[in-house]
Design a binder for this molecule. Structure first.
Ligand SMILES: [Zn+2]
Length: 194
């Protein structure tokens, strides 16, 4: 009588490896400029009291399709359209209705673009600076939530649908209760807050 015996699997010890690698990567706070990788954005999400802030740091190409100065009418139209979409915060970042979050402020900045083209009124950096061929866009989004305790998730699907240039967004979350890292991809863009 033959007996097929299966050795105990030791694979289970390997299963946790990718998660720990991601966690280490997600806690990179060296103060250096992170690598500029086309398709990848960074999003810092913080909930403090009634205020929800989201800071987006992305290669400019992810949102407008180029990183040079906007010289042609077509370039300028593209930038203005992208800025308008980003400023439509309640579509880009969808919050639980019960939390009653309302967009309060948006600031957009890119070294390659004049602030006015991004819809900024206050001019902190009047001239677009020459760059090495690459440029980033920084977006600060502030929402005020009447019932922050009811904020369970922020859905960033709208960011992916408005800007197909995003392949991945690395999220760092900080609330009074926890700090966490998450990765968003098209089709899976829910940020768990609680
Ligand atoms: Zn670039």
């Amino acid at each position: 009588m033959s007996r097929l015996s299966v050795l105990p699997l030791i694979l289970s010890s390997l299963a946790c490896l990718p998660a720990s690698v991601l966690a280490a990567d997600g806690h990179d706070h060296h103060g250096n400029h992170p690598a500029h990788v086309h398709g990848v954005g960074k999003l810092d999400v913080a909930l403090e009291g009634n205020t929800l802030t989201l800071h987006l740091d992305t290669p400019l190409i992810n949102v407008v399709g180029f990183e040079h100065a906007a010289t042609t009418t077509r370039d300028k139209d593209t930038v203005e359209a992208a800025a308008k979409m980003l400023r439509d915060v309640s579509r880009i970042f969808v919050t639980d209705p019960a939390a009653q979050c309302k967009p309060a402020e948006v600031q957009l900045e890119s070294a390659a673009l004049p602030p006015a083209l991004l819809g900024e009124k206050a001019v902190s950096n009047p001239e677009a600076a020459p760059n090495d061929g690459h440029a980033d866009l920084d977006g600060d989004f502030t929402l005020v939530c009447a019932s922050p305790g009811a904020l369970n998730t922020v859905d960033a699907s709208g960011l992916f649908s408005a800007f197909p240039g995003f392949q991945r967004i690395d999220v760092q979350l900080a609330t009074p209760k926890k700090q966490a890292a998450a990765q968003l991809v098209p089709g899976s863009a829910l940020i768990p807050i609680n």
